[in-house]
Structure formats: C-alpha cells, structure tokens
Design a binder for this molecule. Structure first.
Ligand SMILES: Cc1cc2nc3c(=O)[nH]c(=O)nc-3n(C[C@H](O)[C@H](O)[C@H](O)COP(=O)(O)O)c2cc1C
Length: 204
C-alpha cells in the first residue's frame, strides 16, 4: 500500500452518525476488523482488551437510551463494546501465560514479570488498560475504512448504566469504549483539523 492509499483510508474514515439499516457487514469483513484489533500492540503485550460484539437489534434498542440516544447505536450493523479485563492484569496465571509465550529462559521471564509488577504498582490500572483498548479501537476503525466500512467511536454513554445492563462489574471488567460499524447513508462534511504547524514542534 502506498502513502496515498493510506491517507485515502484516513480521509474516508469519519465519525459516522447514521448508518444504512439495510446493509449488514459480512462475517468475513467483520472478522477482518476483529483481526486488526487482535494484532494491535499493547503495553508489555498484555492485551487487556475484550470485545463484546452485538448484532441483536433488541439489545441495541435497550442500549440506545443509555448512550445519549445516539442513532449510531441502533442503525449500525455491528456494535462493539470494548471492555478491559483489569483482573487478568493482576492475575498470576494470566501474567505467567503472557510472559512465558515469549519463549525466554526462566530467569529472563522472571525479570520481565518483576519489571511488569513494579510498573503496575505505579499505574492506575483502569486508565492504563483503557489506553491499550483505544489503540485496538483505532486499528479497528482504520481496518474498516480500508475495506469501505464506516464506524463511530462512542464515549457518549452512561458508563454505570451500560455496565449494569451488560452485567459488567466495572471493576474487574470495565466498559471502556463503544464502536459502531456499518455503512453511511450520506457523505460526511469536510474534515476539520488543526494544521501541522499548530500541533507539531520539531528539534533537529
Ligand atoms: C474517544 C472518542 C469518543 C467519541 N465519542 C463520540 C460520541 O459519543 N458520539 C459521536 O457522535 N462522536 C464521538 N466521537 C467522534 C468525534 O467527535 C470525531 O472523531 C471528531 O469530531 C473528528 O471527526 P471525524 O472523526 O469525523 O474526523 C468520539 C471520538 C473519539 C475519539
């Protein structure tokens, strides 16, 4: 893929407010979007993200009022609730599994785990794991755009209510972000962005 194709994809992606309810994303295309999430980088390779994919219309209707009544929730083809597994990040077995798979010798694995555990002590785990989820979310939206599928990231929701509805405790497992995927009904307005001069400083 050349530079132009990548930027075309970035320009194609927009926060789609209304999806075409007559169009459904195919299973293959949706798997492709999920694969982009799975391949995303995460700090220490801990992959704290968990994805709940909702196609069920009744559940979308139930969620809409908990999500500022945004139309994306009910018009999209697939709704993805991104959760973090905060519990796993502190779980000895999970930590071992994630570090052992690197195939390092026992001493290096131990050293890595120690570094991880020290790092974790100084983190707000909820914030830290959410950051990883946002990386996966961005990759999912980019992958979708690359194959002509629209998306909208949604932070506009009542977290407590959504967690209650989905029976998520909000501590061990936490809802971080919602992504809606589908096909646009109309073209978006022109992209508004600050200029590079406004956002970039350089030291040569
Ligand atoms: C983390 C995050 C949360 C967002 N939440 C919402 C939302 O709840 N509803 C919405 O319509 N757009 C939401 N947006 C979309 C932004 O408003 C949008 O990305 C921004 O205005 C730039 O427009 P563009 O994405 O169309 O280029 C969110 C974007 C991000 C990154």
């Amino acid at each position: 893929m050349g530079q132009k194709e990548f930027l075309d994809m970035m320009n194609f992606r927009h926060a789609c407010k209304l999806f075409d309810t007559n169009r459904k994303i195919s299973e293959d295309d949706f798997k492709y979007i999920l694969e982009a999430a799975r391949l995303s980088p995460s700090s220490f390779g801990m992959e704290p993200w968990r994805f709940l994919v909702i196609e069920n219309q009744k559940i979308k209707e139930d969620l809409k009022p908990l999500c500022w009544n945004q139309n994306q929730i009910t018009t999209c083809s697939h709704l993805v609730i991104i959760k973090t597994d905060n519990k796993a990040l502190k779980d000895r077995d999970y930590i071992l599994k994630m570090f052992k798979r690197r195939g390092l010798d026992e001493e290096s694995t131990k050293a890595y785990i120690k570094r991880y555990e020290n790092f974790l002590k100084n983190q707000n785990i909820s914030c830290w794991s959410a950051k990883q989820c946002y990386i996966a979310a961005a990759n999912m939206m980019s992958a979708a755009a690359f194959i002509g599928i629209d998306s909208c990231p949604i932070e506009g929701f009542d977290k407590d209510e959504v967690q209650k509805y989905l029976k998520v405790d909000g501590k061990n497992i936490e809802v971080v972000l919602i992504l809606a995927f589908g096909y646009r009904v109309k073209n978006p307005s022109k992209k508004q962005r600050l200029s590079l001069e406004e956002i970039v400083e350089r030291i040569k």
